[in-house]
Ligand binder design. Structure first.
Ligand code: SF4
Ligand code: SF4
Length: 378
């Protein structure tokens, strides 16, 4: 890796410490070395050949959610997450894969998914759908590919997301298909693992499969797949997060809703909000459902706090990840809302796991569940 590429970033740092304000890891660990400023200074020392990569050094760079909250408050415009991602790549090149991520990396390289599952089973979430159409949402040609992603394909806690999405798209009469076993992981976990050089075959495979269907549009319910395709795939398709697609369908009056007398708060996923720039589409969707009351958290939109599931932290430090989920749930409960809605399968998984651990009376749901429950044109 060319350190000169990011030297301009860390050389801009004036050590003011404003990036500490919103960093969840800083608030949990209270040690300078784990703060964004501490990591930037360590990267600078490494770039000047004043530090070498040790296990401890590696540990510091993996205690990070790559959530981007520090980028928002930095007055010097340092792209901290870019530096941290480059440092993970450097660590991977010098020391190999971080042991906690080795099973996931092995699974990606052999099974093309993060779950060590037979990739042909990627579409098995359809088995719970009672009125499955003859083609099983798998067509030879379609205008839109719905790219489901690994977590929603394989984790039972998140499989309701694609089940809801096919119901919503069918209700709106959208010409879509899924890739099922032809879908491979988008490659995003490789970036967090520092193994960016291994992502090319994933990119080439997925692009070829979407082209073969003649599709011009690709929609993602996973904000990280959506980000990955925007930042690392060729610019061949019109890319949408599913909240943006649903917003368009509402604008076209292709969806109609029954009343849902719920009070909810909305948790902005890092890769959709801060790292994707999309704050309004989910709120417009919630606002279109009659009877539904949205109570905002104090730290919302760009000030949103990661659920604890970013940056592969769940793999490298599950205890820290759990304590950050707990903190985010405290923010949620302060609103008094009966449910928390988000637009990311990973946020659903981390927040739901924590509410179960704490036996809390708080329902965690993906926005597709809200839309599917409210649908009146089914
Ligand atoms: S990316 Fe998030 S967790 Fe990492 S240093 Fe920045 S604010 Fe902290
Ligand atoms: S806010 Fe920006 S300039 Fe200030 S310490 Fe953090 S990275 Fe450096």
């Amino acid at each position: 890796m060319e350190m000169g590429l990011i030297a301009s970033e860390f050389d801009q740092c004036i050590k003011c410490g404003l990036c500490l304000a919103n960093c969840p890891v800083n608030h949990a660990l209270f040690l300078e070395k784990y703060t964004p400023r501490g990591k930037i200074q360590l990267a600078r020392r490494y770039g000047r050949n004043e530090a070498t990569i040790t296990d401890h050094y590696r540990d510091i760079f993996y205690k990070c959610l790559l959530c981007g909250a520090c980028n928002v408050t930095c007055p010097s415009g340092v792209d901290l997450t870019e530096v941290f991602t480059h440092m993970r790549q450097e660590i991977f090149e010098k020391k190999g894969i971080t042991p906690a991520m080795k099973p996931a990396l092995d699974s990606l390289m052999t099974c093309h998914n993060i779950s060590r599952e037979d990739n042909e089973e990627r579409g098995d979430w359809r088995e719970d759908i009672v009125d499955l159409p003859d083609h099983g949402y798998r067509k030879q040609k379609a205008g839109l590919v719905y790219f489901v992603g690994c977590v929603a394909s394989f984790f039972p806690m998140a499989q309701t997301i694609p089940q809801n999405m096919v119901q919503i798209l069918s209700a709106a009469d959208v010409d879509f298909t899924i890739l099922a076993g032809d879908e491979w992981c988008c490659g995003f976990p490789l970036i967090g693992a520092g193994a960016k050089d291994k992502m090319d075959e994933f990119v080439a495979h997925n692009v070829e499969k979407v082209h073969s269907l003649g599709a011009e549009n690709v929609a993602f319910s996973c904000p990280s797949c959506y980000r990955m395709w925007r930042e690392h795939y060729p610019n061949d398709f019109n890319l949408l997060h599913t909240t943006q697609l649903i917003e368009q369908l509402i604008d076209k009056k292709a969806l109609s809703f029954n009343e849902l007398p719920w009070s909810v708060t909305y948790h902005d996923p890092c890769d959709l909000g801060r790292n994707g720039g999309e704050y309004d589409a989910p709120r417009k969707i919630l606002g279109a459902i009659p009877g539904l009351e949205l109570i905002e958290m104090e730290n919302n939109r760009a000030g949103s706090v990661c659920c604890g599931g970013g940056g592969n932290l769940e793999m490298t430090d599950p205890a820290l990840s759990g304590s950050l989920s707990k903190k985010r749930i405290e923010d949620i409960r302060k609103t008094g809302a009966e449910k928390v809605v988000t637009a990311c399968q990973q946020c659903v998984r981390t927040l739901k796991s924590q509410t179960r651990r704490e036996k809390l009376d708080l329902e965690v749901m993906d926005i597709t569940t809200v839309v599917a429950r409210a649908l009146s044109n089914v």
